[in-house]
Design a protein around this ligand. Structure first.
Ligand code: HEM
Length: 193
């Protein structure tokens, strides 16, 4: 954050610095949901307003030609449910999601490794980053053509050049939001996705 502040004079976030848009919408909690779904923020059926914030992972604002994973922050407003100590009286519930089903790093150690690499390359050689990203996209496409996927290549710039509104997002980590744990997802249903 100090590095990006020195470079651009703005206090951008440590990650997910590039925002692509804020959307307002509605979430409908269906009636008669099975017990494992009708819990936490989804315990009471009805329709509530939501705000969605779409972003791209890195902590510096990179050219769109450098394609990296995406983030989605979802805020539900007007939730009636039992709350964790310290949040009594609050009426919102936030979820953070990324367009993956698992976190890039399996252990804190490997997370630190990729973080150090990102810190070293923050705001260095933007032109080179675009070229490198194109190279990584090629490698990732080759891996995906044989049914594989690499979270590391994607986070370094090899993410396929997809439209952010066509992505499926998930909480990545299982969340205990009542008696049951679950990974939650936001998935587009438009035929144009
Ligand atoms: C070691 C693990 C993690 C660290 C250190 C971390 C750190 C951060 C930080 C510092 C921010 C910026 C907050 C701000 O300035 O407002 C952030 C935002 C975010 N994180 Fe994480 N995060 C981690 C794991 C995850 C996971 C597992 C997910 C996926 C579900 C995730 C999704 C997001 C999203 C979507 C945002 C942007 C929120 C927004 O748009 O307002 N993070 N994270």
């Amino acid at each position: 954050m100090e590095t990006t502040f020195k470079d651009n004079g703005h206090a951008t976030r440590g990650v997910h610095a590039k925002a692509h848009g804020l959307l307002r919408g509605r979430i409908t909690v269906l009636d008669n949901l099975p017990a494992e779904l009708a819990q936490g923020a989804f315990a009471v059926p009805g329709t509530l307003p939501v705000v969605l914030h779409f972003s791209t992972n890195p902590g510096d604002i990179l050219d769109d030609k450098v394609s990296t994973p995406r983030g989605l922050a979802l805020k539900i407003i007007g939730v009636e449910a039992s709350r964790l100590p310290g949040s009594e009286g609050a009426v919102t519930q936030d979820f953070v999601m990324i367009n993956a089903k698992a976190f890039t790093s399996a252990t804190p150690k490997s997370f630190l490794k990729s973080l150090k690499l990102l810190a070293k390359t923050t705001d260095k050689a933007p032109g080179l980053k675009s070229a490198f990203s194109a190279l990584l996209r090629g490698l990732e496409a080759t891996i995906e053509s044989v049914g594989g996927e690499s979270g590391t290549l994607k986070s370094l710039g090899g993410h396929p050049p997809t439209h952010i509104l066509g992505e499926s997002f998930s909480t990545v980590a299982p969340i205990l939001y009542g008696v049951y744990y679950a990974k939650l997802a936001v998935v587009p249903i438009s035929p144009f996705r």
